[in-house]
Ligand binder design. Sequence first.
Ligand SMILES: Cc1ncc(COP(=O)(O)O)c(C=O)c1O
Length: 410
Amino acid sequence: MQTSWEYRFANRTNRMASSVIRELLKLTEQPDIISFGGGLPAPEVFPVKQFQAACNYVLEHEASQALQYSSTDGYLPLRKMIAERTARYAVEVSPDNILITSGSQQALDFIGRVFINQGDHIIVESPTYLGALQAWNAYGAQYLCVRSDENGMVTDELERALRIGPKFIYVLPNFQNPTGTTLSLERRKQLVELADRYGVPIVEDDPYGQLRFEGDHLPSLVSLDGELRGDDGCYTGNVIYLSTFSKLLAPGIRLAWVIAPEQVIRKLIQAKQAADLNTAAFNQMTAYEVSKDGFLDEHVKHIRSVYHERRDVMLEIMEEMFPSECHWTHPQGGMFLWGILPEYMDAADVLKIAIERKVAFVPGQSFHPDNSGKNTMRLNFSYSNPETIREGITRLGLLLKELVAKNGNK
Ligand SMILES: Cc1ncc(COP(=O)(O)O)c(C=O)c1O
């Protein structure tokens, strides 16, 4: 007898449905479409030669370790290197505060597995990173949305949500995905203080923090929290910090890290043991070989300059081509900017016509857990080269002008 699969799937899969938007975005994968939809780094900045050399080195000198199972917490030299870098731009931590994961996406899933009971409330910015919502929906999370503006989460409105008793606060302080906005210093301090006062953890997701090409670096939440506690060398605070090599080296190596108090790391290690035993040792060792001796710092400078130029081109053409009824953010780093269309427009409808004109973006509604934001869009500026950005934004601008004119004629 043929199994009826739909009756066999676990209840937790009910909220895993793939969205209409994802179906639409599949259409944008055709080669003649200029897509600002994906969240992809520029392939031109992948350090291919360095990876080639590192792979050769690892296979020649360390193959028996690199091709073997390895420890769940991660390759120690890599964790030491991350600890040293973290001390430079954030907080002093020990390698025991660090877990290497197969991408930050895996870390988000583990956080769901370790912390979220069915019906637990999570405070999120609205809009927020879709991948986190997808990870946590499966664990039955409910979301308490806090509004965000051009300075990130409006922390003045946080206390109302904190009184409901959330499990944790999820926030992306730097060049947020999807909006590109950055949480101001004042709000960072307020957030850390409020979290401390209510005893609520913060999950700080920071894939883009090192990709700042304008303005001054702002202290991360984990560092502000560390200061508050006066930690010395080993982090014991309220923040679980995530970052990734996806945007610094290449997403194909699926390598990221979590910084958290040791007690939390131990629990996450248990989750990881059940999921995949360990992050690929070969990838960790090659990434370490590529990054060491200052290469990563130099490489990050290069990425910043490439993305800076691409953001400038996108902003310049938007200024020139988009109708005055549209507004958008001016990110100081990262990979995305956020467009706000007139309220009468539905970005999903705009996307359907845009695809016919061979240009694409992500409609913003799916980034809002409360389903608001119909008239918003996320544009990625890191993937396409300047010439393609010019052409794609021109196409989009012409379409938006047509739609505004049509509405005026109604
Ligand atoms: C905010 C945020 N968190 C996590 C991730 C997942 O990154 P990774 O490639 O390390 O899984 C992304 C990827 O775009 C992201 O934007």
